[in-house]
Design a protein around this ligand. Structure first.
Ligand code: MN
Length: 200
C-alpha cells in the first residue's frame, strides 16, 4: 500500500454546523477513502506502486491510458488539500498573505466574492482554488479530478470541493449557501499563507 488515507486535521464534528458530522463522515470515510482504495488497487504490482502520490498523479496525467488512475489519485490529493484548507474556527488572514490579496484583488472581501462566484459557475463536479501563478494570486476552478498540481506554473494555496457530495446532506442543491458558509467561517488562511512559501 503506497497511498495512505491521511488523518483529518480535526474531529469529524469540528466543522459543524457549517459542515455536519454526517457529511464529514461520508465525505472522508466513503468518498476520500474510496479514492485511496481504488488508487492502491490500480497501482498494485505496477511500476507506480512505490511512487509518491504526487509522482503517480503527474505520471497518470501525462498518459490518457491512465485516466482512471489519474482521476482517483488526483482526488486523493485534492481531498487531502481540502481538509487542510478548512479549519473549525475562522481566523484573520495572516499579514503577508493579506498584503498580496489586497495587491491582486483589492480586498479580502473581494477575494471572497470571487471565490464564491467561481465556485458557483463551475458546471457540475469540481473544485475552486486560490493559487499563485507567475507570482500573482488568482482564482480558478477545475472539473472533476483536475488539479493545479499538474500545471507547473500554478501553486495551490486553498481549495473548496464543489462536488455535490461535499454539501448535499447539509444544503441539498444549494451550493451557494455551502460556499458562503465555508468561505466566511471555515477557510484556513494560515494554511494558505504557509503554502505561499512552503514553510510549516
Ligand atoms: Mn469530495
Amino acid at each position: 500500500m503506497t497511498v495512505q488515507l491521511q488523518n483529518l486535521p480535526y474531529a469529524e464534528n469540528a466543522l459543524a454546523p457549517v459542515i455536519s458530522e454526517k457529511t464529514v463522515q461520508f465525505h472522508y470515510h466513503k468518498h476520500h477513502a474510496g479514492y485511496v482504495q481504488k488508487t492502491n488497487e490500480l497501482i498494485y504490482n505496477t511500476d507506480l506502486e512505490n511512487k509518491s502520490l504526487e509522482e503517480i498523479i503527474l505520471t497518470a496525467a501525462s498518459d490518457s491510458s491512465y485516466q482512471t488512475l489519474f482521476n482517483n489519485a488526483a482526488q486523493v490529493w485534492n481531498h487531502q488539500f481540502y481538509w487542510q484548507s478548512l479549519k473549525p474556527a475562522a481566523s484573520p488572514v495572516p499579514e503577508k498573505l493579506k498584503i498580496l490579496i489586497e495587491r491582486d484583488f483589492g480586498s479580502v472581501d473581494e477575494l471572497k466574492n470571487q471565490l464564491q462566484a467561481k465556485g458557483l459557475s463551475q458546471f457540475g463536479s469540481g473544485w475552486v482554488w486560490l493559487v499563485t501563478e507567475n507570482d500573482k494570486l488568482s482564482i480558478l476552478s477545475t472539473s472533476n479530478a483536475q488539479t493545479p498540481l499538474t500545471n507547473g506554473n500554478q501553486k495551490p494555496l486553498l481549495t473548496i470541493d464543489v462536488w455535490e457530495h461535499a454539501y448535499y446532506l447539509d444544503t441539498q442543491n444549494n451550493r451557494a449557501a455551502y460556499l458562503q458558509n465555508v468561505i466566511n467561517n471555515l477557510l484556513n488562511w494560515e494554511f494558505a499563507a504557509q503554502n505561499l512559501t512552503g514553510d510549516k
